[in-house]
Ligand binder design. Structure first.
Ligand code: GLN
Length: 485
């Protein structure tokens, strides 16, 4: 087997035994990127030289007998939303297309301290706004299972890089489903951790009350390793939480006896592809066989999640994106007056979807409309949060589909934003409530397109999701299938 096919856990064992070097592993991944990047358009920036240099350093450290992190020498990619010192960070926008940050995001800093090998910055939807990766200034990413289809968004490049063997793990961000939807559509594992679990210092902001960093990997165990390396309090981010980071690997050893799954009625109604429905029901049966009990639960305000999400995220985005004005950094249009410079810079620098959201967000925050839209949405958000609090009195984990359909064709929904927004129907409520949720492969449809299962837990109970996800994964082989590229 080519080293690029290995999981993090498998390569770790080989690296330790010295039957594989970090340099060999990195070379294998870089070759794979060279062969597949033209088809997939996964990366915006590649850093082959620094990757090889870093891999060589890890090999030297190992040869000297230094104690190394489990992630030392592991090639990973990062969504191009994480600031990387001295390395272009575009957020897939023209407005930041030449931006070179002066500092590293905390996630990047922690990964560097773990001797991870960064291979490149992954393509995404502009400012993380999108569900299909088609809103990128650098062109869409293609789904490795069918090159005519979307990989999902907005962290499409991250999911594809893992699925196609262009790296062993990745980090994306999830504001309304952006780690979980591409994980489901590309057959990889993706986690949206609890709000506050991972620092967002140096992560370009979209909607600050919803944004969260999330790892993607080939297995639940790999995702647990990635989370452990970056989670925990950061004095640079006042929304990061001081609650200690447990050893997630320990949770993987537990069986499912004593755990109860809640199955929410509202997530299994009309609008879901029958093949997705069938795969998810089969997975629930399997989890039951593995020892978990099941109960029916209700999340009565679920149907408000999409409208509430799109009011809150656009409002927050309109405020966060006000900083891109051509004055301090990023693209600046030529103009003869200051007002014209602002207008042209933002007009030419942002893409269509970003402009649509800034306009909608500015409208819902404006005086006279604030109470009717933003305030009302915030009130309904509280009701959605309360639904989950009630549900978790009856169950330990909530099980749902991750996406209503498998990967759709590129261009299929681009002219209909409302239809595109509905792809997030099972994911946005999790962000509104600040909860953790894990998505993992649970089957394929007849077109051989992947299907994802979503496990939602109470705040800071990522361990429980890993426990259930790992038990399911150990009893099935969906995660071992690879796209033929
Ligand atoms: N698809 C959703 C949106 O466009 C979610 C994006 C995200 O999670 N970053 O807002």
């Amino acid at each position: 087997m080519e080293p690029f096919h290995l999981t993090i856990f498998e390569s770790q064992a080989l690296l330790k035994k010295k039957s594989l070097s970090a340099k060999e592993l990195t070379e294998s991944v870089l070759k794979r990127i060279e062969a597949t990047q033209p088809k997939l358009n996964t990366f915006i920036t590649l850093c082959e030289e620094s990757a090889l240099c870093c891999a060589k350093e890890v090999d030297e450290k190992r040869a000297r007998g230094e104690a190394l992190s489990p992630l030392a020498g592991i090639p990973i990619s990062l969504k191009d939303i994480f600031l990387t010192r001295g390395m272009k960070t575009t957020c897939s926008s023209r407005i930041l297309s030449d931006f070179i940050p002066p500092y590293d995001a905390t996630v990047v800093d922690r990964l560097k301290k773990n001797d991870v090998v960064l291979v490149g910055k992954a393509n995404m939807d502009e400012f993380a706004m999108g569900s299909s990766n088609e809103n990128s200034y650098f062109g869409p990413v293609k789904n490795p299972w069918d090159l005519e289809r979307t990989p999902g968004g907005s962290s499409g490049g991250s999911a594809v890089s893992v699925s196609a063997g262009q790296c062993l793990g990745s980090f994306g961000t999830d504001t309304g489903g952006s780690v979980r939807l591409p994980a489901a559509l590309c057959s990889v594992v993706g986690l949206k951790p609890t709000y506050g679990r991972i620092s967002r210092y140096g992560v370009i902001a979209f909607a600050s009350s919803l944004d969260q960093v999330g790892p993607l990997g080939k297995t639940v165990q790999d995702v647990a390793l990635l989370l452990e390396a970056v989670a925990g309090y950061d004095s640079f981010d006042s929304t990061s939480h001081p609650i200690p980071v447990p050893s997630y690997q320990t949770a993987l050893k537990k069986d499912l006896k004593g755990l109860t799954m809640g199955i929410p009625d509202e997530y299994f109604r009309e609008g879901i592809d029958p093949e997705v429905l069938k795969a998810v029901h089969t997975a629930i049966d399997q989890l039951q066989k593995l020892g978990a009990k099941r109960v029916k639960i209700s999340l009565p305000h679920s149907s408000y999640a999409i409208p509430v999400y799109y009011l809150i995220c656009t409002a927050e985005a309109s405020s966060n994106l006000a900083r891109y004005d051509g004055v301090q950094y990023g693209f600046r249009a030529t103009a003869s007056t200051l007002a014209e410079m602002y207008l042209k810079t933002r007009g030419e620098g942002f893409g269509r979807e970003v402009k649509r959201r800034i306009m909608l967000g500015t409208f819902v925050l404006s005086s006279g409309y604030y109470d009717a839209y933003y305030k009302k949405a915030s009130q309904v958000r509280t009701l959605i949060q309360k639904d989950f609090t009630e549900a978790f009195k009856q169950c330990d984990v909530i099980v749902t589909p991750a996406s209503p359909t498998t990967a759709f064709k590129l261009g299929e929904k681009t002219e209909n934003p409302l239809e595109m927004y509905l792809t997030d129907i099972f994911t946005t409520s999790v962000n509104l409530a600040g909860l953790p949720a894990l998505v993992l492969p649970c089957g394929f449809d007849q077109k051989q397109l992947p299907i994802g299962l979503q496990l939602i837990g109470p705040h800071f109970k990522e361990e429980r999701l890993f426990q259930m996800g790992h038990a399911y994964e150990s009893a099935t082989d969906w995660h071992t299938r690879k796209p033929s590229l």
